[in-house]
Design a protein around this ligand. Structure first.
Ligand code: KG4
Ligand code: ZN
Length: 394
């Protein structure tokens, strides 16, 4: 993975992420030529290539990508606002929406240029339409609708969490459903069975905080700041994971559900006790012990689901999937249990548009087409989401 990073004048980080394979194949990384795209066929010659322009703006990353046949990333541009929100200790929705408006055209232009294509070469526009922050989602949705209207290309709404799951297909060309997937992000913790493309059954979910949310809250409480996940991950490397024994919640009537509120309270109580006794809190030890408790539950549930449902493939997805201990422990436990383990590179675990292009492709192949009445759905649910099939276009 080749990453070009550039901090802009307003503090926003602009990243171009290229698959090494594609950048070397295409020489200077400018992507393949337009005439190679239009009307070209997949390797075995059976089906024409499908090139998708994908847009993501559900939280604090404005992103655009061009993805071919669901798994080949021709360009992947991310404009990250993390630095802007750091001073507030978390994402400020109003600032996020305004920055999306400022950055989205530049991201799309960069994605098309880097892929070496124009809008004429695109077969469809895919966009995250939920879940997420409504003002942020609306920027991507409006942009995608405008492009679809202007070019006549089909419009496809993608579920953000499905996007995270499909990020696994990008670097693991051989991965096919069925598999178990743990999705752990800032807003969601789901354990799902990916039975087929677009056929996802939720077997467990969080009862309270999402795993990433717990990381963010604890990081703030121990003074590490935002974004919490990566900071705890780093601090934990210097700490003792057995310094404190924090609770691991098991929910008796729903063994695959998660609950992180008890763990969060235990950490907050410890911090308060230390402070009341005038003791200095040990950030590294708390980070390491907290991280161990979260990771243990995520790994145990995932392995148990593979065993019970008889799946021999396990994938992880979402921002928390970039956690180094989670990756290490999953790898170890999968090897011990004869399960093949899949995970995206850390940069494809956090929000990006390449994953939306991957999910958009499989929706496109199913015939999913949205009309210009598409709207942002901030609380879009995963299992039972509507799929829209419009006759006509594309
Ligand atoms: O998937 P994502 O980029 O955005 C959402 O859809 O929410 O996930 C962001 C979440 C944040 O809560 C962040 O703290 C967490 O993922 N995260 C991590 C790590 N990197 C990001 N959590 C633990 N360890 C990490 N290395
Ligand atoms: Zn996400």
């Amino acid at each position: 993975m080749q990453i070009d990073k550039n901090v802009e004048k307003d503090g926003v980080i602009f990243m171009s992420i290229k698959d090494e394979e594609n950048s070397s194949q295409n020489g200077n990384g400018s992507g393949i030529k337009s005439d190679q795209i239009s009307g070209s066929c997949s390797v075995d010659g059976s089906e024409p290539d499908v090139t998708i322009l994908a847009i993501e703006s559900s939280c604090d990353e404005t992103a655009a990508a061009v993805v071919r046949n669901g798994r080949e990333v021709l360009s992947n541009i991310i404009s990250s606002q993390i630095a802007l929100h750091t001073v507030y200790g978390g994402v400020v929705p109003e600032i996020a929406s305004r920055k999306h408006v400022e950055k989205i055209n530049g991201c799309i232009r960069a994605a098309l240029d880097e892929a070496g294509v124009t809008l004429d070469d695109i077969d469809a526009v895919a966009v995250t339409y939920g879940p997420g922050l409504v003002g942020a989602l609306l920027v991507g949705v409006s942009e995608a609708k405008a492009i679809s209207f202007a070019t006549g290309k089909p419009l496809i709404g993608v579920h953000h969490i499905e996007g995270h799951i499909y990020a696994n297909f990008i670097e693991n060309k051989e991965l096919e459903p069925p598999f178990v997937c743990l999705v752990a992000s800032g807003g969601h913790s789901h354990l799902v069975l990916v039975k087929d493309y677009g056929d996802i059954e939720i077997i467990g979910q969080t009862r309270d905080d999402a795993a990433g949310e717990a990381f963010d809250k604890i990081a703030r409480a121990i003074g590490l700041g935002y974004p919490g996940g990566p900071k705890i991950d780093k601090a934990a490397k210097e700490g003792n994971p057995d310094a404190y024994s924090f609770p691991r919640a098991q929910i008796p009537d729903a063994k695959y559900d998660f609950s992180f509120s008890g763990l969060k309270s235990a950490v907050l109580n410890l911090i308060n006790q230390d402070r009341m006794q005038g003791k200095e809190i040990n950030q590294a030890d708390i980070a390491a012990s907290f991280q161990k408790a979260v990771v243990e539950v995520l790994v145990d549930h995932s392995i148990e689901a593979c065993r019970e449902y008889g799946y021999d493939k396990l994938a992880i997805a979402g921002g928390v999937a970039s956690n180094s201990l989670l990756r290490e422990q999953m790898e170890k436990e999968c090897a011990a249990n004869g399960i093949k383990f899949y995970r995206p590179s850390p940069l494809l675990c956090t929000d990006n548009a390449a994953m939306i292009g991957a999910a958009g492709y499989y929706e496109y192949k199913k015939g999913v087409r949205f009309g210009l009445d598409m709207n942002a759905v901030p609380n879009l649910s995963l299992g039972s989401r509507e799929r829209r099939f419009h006759a006509g276009k594309g």
